[in-house]
Design a protein around this ligand. Structure first.
Ligand SMILES: Nc1ncnc2c1ncn2[C@@H]1O[C@H](COP(=O)(O)OP(=O)(O)OP(=O)(O)O)[C@@H](O)[C@H]1O
Ligand SMILES: [Mg+2]
Length: 264
């Protein structure tokens, strides 16, 4: 498979919000290109504009400037070619895990028989470690299990891009580690171009090819980009002890401790 360079192009993105106190420019001049199959994380202080950037790429926010092109097509609204995973997966409570994943497939695989769609969904639930729980409803699943369903649902859509907004932010650290490993595993097998917002420096270094560090708002933009040189496949136990990991980690922490108000 040939990798498409600049699969995602974000050019000078700008987002303004109208507030009671007037116009607020949350994000300005945000330019980022990603190659096909790349895993990029966005990190920055709370309120800097990370979710705003992700929502623009998801097509959930209109732009006040700039443009977004994904796989040579301009992004104008939301669509199943971009799967979004938020902190909580918003599963439909009256459907089983299997039905929740199958539902999404109706849109992207309309020509398949219902039994074929259910088979695909079951296979994805198996890949995220839920083969025993496919017939359970969300109320019978732990938060971590629900988020696994959310990840399975997103990958099952075979999107061009996966957009993750702090997907593990509400989980305890052990569950978080487990799900990072699940994500690392399915991403490395399927190489879906992924953009993930996170607050967790270790998570960003472990998973990413590059980490985009955002300046504080208003008019937040990219302050610096750290390219992660840790070879793949990556395994938590060996990576977390490596010097390379520690050096990337301290670079990112250094930036977060001295965030630039405006990029140089
Ligand atoms: N709908 C809105 N109306 C007005 N201001 C908004 C709106 N959405 C976001 N903002 C502002 O834009 C800025 C960026 O918000 P955003 O949610 O993107 O931050 P974030 O980096 O994702 O923060 P966190 O890490 O806490 O999730 C914040 O100052 C926020 O108050
Ligand atoms: Mg956010």
């Amino acid at each position: 498979m040939t990798i498409q360079k600049n699969y995602l192009e974000c050019w000078r993105l700008r987002k303004e919000f109208k507030t009671e106190r007037g116009r607020f420019v949350a994000v300005s001049d945000f330019t980022l290109n990603m190659d096909e199959g790349e895993f990029v994380s966005i990190i920055g202080h709370s309120g800097c504009g990370k979710s705003t950037v992700l929502s623009m790429i998801a097509g959930l926010h209109n732009l006040n400037g700039g443009g977004i092109v994904l796989d040579r097509r301009e992004v104008c609204d939301s669509g199943p070619d971009r799967a979004v995973v938020f902190q909580s997966p918003h599963l439909l409570p009256w459907l089983t895990a299997l039905e929740n994943v199958t539902l999404g497939l109706e849109q992207v695989e309309p020509n398949k028989r219902p039994s074929e769609r259910a088979e695909i969904a079951a296979e994805w639930l198996k890949r995220v470690g839920l083969s025993e729980s496919i017939l359970k409803k969300p109320a019978e699943l732990s938060q971590g299990m629900q988020q696994r369903v959310g990840i399975a649902r997103a990958f099952a859509l075979k999107p061009k891009m996966l957009l993750l907004d702090e997907p593990f932010g509400m989980l305890d650290s052990l569950t978080r580690f487990e799900l990072q490993d699940v994500l690392l595993d399915v991403w490395s097998r399927h190489q879906i171009t992924t953009l993930m917002v996170t607050h967790d420096v270790d998570e960003a270094v472990l998973l990413s090819d590059r980490i985009v560090m955002m300046t504080n708002g208003p008019e937040a933009t990219i302050g610096a980009i750290e390219t992660i040189a840790i070879p793949r496949p990556r395994h938590r136990d060996t990576v977390l002890e490596s010097e390379c990991f520690l050096s990337h980690r301290s670079q990112v922490i250094e930036f977060l401790e001295h965030p630039l108000l405006k990029a140089a």
